[in-house]
Ligand binder design. Structure first.
Ligand code: ZN
Length: 697
């Protein structure tokens, strides 16, 4: 949901794991719940020797060696597009969150109706109330559709875009406060591209039979949605075609994901006068007023000026009937997961093209995820009290500190880096902030309105709450205490504009980390995979363009920049060479930053383990493995994921992370300490030629 709204113009938080936009489309019925509960969970360990296939050769395919026994016994459950670590951890976390939500829903009668607990319980309960949702059918969104039908003059378009933006509907473009790239202490009003219904602009522009079939399926899907919303078949087909045509124009004017990796490509600060010149037909004061922005706006950042210019033209040239069809399509499509079963099924059937999921998630999981997305900090506190003891936090923090110290030593000794760049790199590392576990202050939900139902309106209210909470930020100091993901989330991120790494409690449990596990296992998983990875993001192909304070500023000497780019190019070439699925290769450029982070994360995680072993003493073999072997196995098992092919195909286009098997075998085959730990020799598939190994960290 809107947690990432504020990051709209300048790319993204650098998360560890893929979060497919289409996964959020997942949708409705309930009978799967019993099946889910019947599944006996295997206790989750940081390193599980049961997963190892000792008949597989570690030096040929280490991912298969570390995970092969598990992969060969695993079946991806029907409601999922993948299985493995994230799902196992999320399943465990979701049981805790569910108990929090059930308690909040049950105790509603005994708490004040304006309390956060009442709002939380009511929000979740209104989602679980399938009887009311089925009975209401389209009714909850009829007023929104009627509003669109009343657009009869072009002057009404912009106020309608504004109303939809506040409700969380993605139409035409994106707008919101973002951290100012040149003054990271303050927010700036920012514009970004948006308004597409397919997961990426490339789906509209790519040629070939497979792309044609996706586009045809999208038009059919829109047609079905229009029919469900009461349109006659013929008109629905026409409208769907017009929506596709308009979105194709937006897509053609959109930047590719690879282009957006360069922070300079989306850095276009301008005055209001310049904005007016760029988009003369867009009445900005009217738009700002309509979205509730009352703070004076003197400058803005337009992430994609050509895109906004194109929107400006389309608002003047595209027939009003076509605009109305487009707006209706987005309203229905955004609401579909929360309406009655025919909408939910249509939404699911279409999204499964991109995920491969065969069945809907049980309702409670869908409701839980939406509640976490919209009211995450209202449930975070209770979640933490039930799962995350202070000892766990302290031990996790110690591993993260060791990793940071190890990176510091590496930076001090890098032979290719000049002293001038080194001094600034060390300063950036020293100033890098760290959030572990949960926020110090929980969000105040006092102004959030929640009603007994219908649920889809509660979702719109939650979006409006989030919008109003942040819309007047332009010019204000940046809130450094804010978290970009919720506490039960199984993920972590680096935020370049705040220069900070963030590890929520939901990620600091087995399999990532266990305070009772040995160092080899913990440093391989939490140290290498998570902490090392996120820390080095501050210095990857994107992160290195930001300074210690989070400002976009080139602090590298030209020679160091050249060295970095040449070595990073080797990473690009390495991953371009890998097959992701079918005949699709991994996109080396799109995944460049993540692959640099995986490689660097492993190196410093390994150094951190060696420091810990020197300091605390070396254990003997554990379950037959040395600490170093356990480090690499735990790393490989932290990527224990089994994907459906549909998901891997979608990820080729939208995901900056390579598939998990390459996130293991790619960087490990570059690391001599790995070869040494498992006795791999030159010529083995897991040992790459020295010349092609990048020298970065
Ligand atoms: Zn990452």
């Amino acid at each position: 949901m809107p947690i990432l709204n504020s990051r709209l113009a300048r790319g993204s938080l650098h998360s560890l794991l893929v979060a497919l936009a289409v996964a959020a489309l997942a949708a409705a019925p309930a009978r799967v719940a019993a099946q889910e509960a019947a599944r006996t969970p295997h206790p989750i360990k940081v390193l599980d020797t049961d997963f190892i296939d000792s008949t597989s050769k570690a030096c040929n395919d280490f991912f298969d060696y570390a995970n092969g026994a598990w992969i060969r016994s695993d079946t991806i459950p029907a409601a999922y597009s993948s299985s493995g670590v994230t799902r196992d951890m999320s399943d465990a976390n979701e049981l805790v969150v569910r108990s929090v939500l059930d308690d909040a829903a049950r105790s509603r009668a005994s708490v004040p109706a304006d309390s956060t607990s009442w709002k939380l319980g009511t929000f979740y309960a209104s989602c679980m109330d399938s009887t009311a949702i089925e009975a209401a059918s389209l009714a909850p969104i009829r007023p929104w559709l009627a509003e669109i039908d009343q657009i009869t003059a072009r002057s009404q378009l912009v106020p309608e875009l504004a109303a939809l933006h506040v409700r969380g509907v993605n139409v035409a473009f994106r707008f919101g406060p973002d951290v100012d790239a040149h003054d990271a202490a303050h927010y700036l009003a920012s514009f970004g591209q948006g308004g597409l219904g397919l997961p990426d602009r490339d789906y509209y522009t790519t040629e070939g039979a497979s792309a044609d079939s996706t586009r045809a399926a999208y038009v059919a899907h829109l047609t079905h949605l229009f029919v469900l919303a009461g349109e006659a078949e013929g008109r629905a087909e026409r409208d769907a075609g017009q929506v596709m045509a308009l979105e194709t124009e937006l897509a053609k004017a959109s930047l590719t994901r690879v282009a957006m990796r360069d922070p300079a490509a989306t850095d276009h600060p301008m005055t209001m006068r310049q904005l007016d010149t760029l988009t003369p037909r867009l009445p900005w004061p009217r738009y700002f007023h309509a979205v509730g922005l009352t703070a004076p706006v003197t400058k803005v950042n337009v992430g994609m000026p050509e895109f906004l210019q194109r929107v400006n033209q389309l608002l003047a040239t595209v027939p009003l009937a076509q605009w109305r069809a487009y707006l209706r399509a987005h309203v229905i499509s955004e609401a579909a997961p929360w309406l009655s079963t025919p909408f939910v099924q249509e939404n699911f059937a279409f999204s499964s093209r991109f995920t491969g999921a065969k069945q809907l998630l049980p309702r409670w999981k869908r409701c839980l995820r939406e509640t976490d997305g919209d009211l995450g900090e209202a449930l975070g506190e209770a979640y933490v009290a039930r799962t995350f003891p202070p000892e766990a936090k302290a031990r996790a923090r110690a591993v993260i500190e060791d990793v940071r110290a190890a990176f510091r030593v590496r930076l001090q000794h890098l032979s290719w880096m000049s002293d001038a760049t080194r001094a600034q790199a060390l300063d950036k590392l020293d100033q890098m902030g760290e959030k572990v576990g949960y926020p110090d202050h929980w969000r105040d939900y006092g102004r959030l309105v929640v009603k007994d139902g219908p649920f889809v309106r509660n979702v719109a209210r939650a979006n409006a709450f989030e919008w109003q909470r942040t819309i007047n930020r332009p010019g204000q100091p940046v809130d450094k205490t804010e978290w970009g993901i919720t506490v039960p989330t199984v993920n972590a991120y680096y935020d370049p504009s705040k220069n900070e790494v963030v590890f929520p409690a939901g990620a600091l449990v087995p399999q990532t980390f266990d305070p009772k596990a040995d160092d080899g296992a913990n440093y391989g998983s939490l140290g290498g995979s998570w902490a090392g990875h996120e820390t080095t993001h501050g210095f990857d192909d994107e992160g290195r363009h930001y300074d210690a304070a989070g400002n976009l500023r080139d602090w590298w000497t030209p020679a160091d920049s050249v060295h970095f780019s040449q070595q990073a190019e080797k990473v690009v070439q390495q991953f371009d060479g890998y097959v992701q699925v079918d005949t699709f290769h991994t996109n080396g450029k799109l995944t460049e930053g993540e692959n640099i982070a995986d490689f660097g994360g492993l190196l410093i995680g390994y150094d951190a383990l060696e420091r810990a072993l020197q300091r605390d003493g070396r254990p003997g073999l554990i379950e037959g493995y040395t600490p170093e072997q356990r480090f690499f196995i735990a790393y490989a098992q932290s990527w224990r994921v089994h994907n459906r092919p549909e998901r891997l195909r979608t990820r080729v286009r939208v995901d900056p992370h390579a598939p998990e098997f390459w996130r293991v075998n790619g960087p490990l085959s570059n690391i001599p300490a790995f070869a040494q730990a498992f006795g791999c020799k030159a010529g083995d598939p897991m040992v790459r030629m020295r010349d092609s190994v990048p020298q970065i960290w």
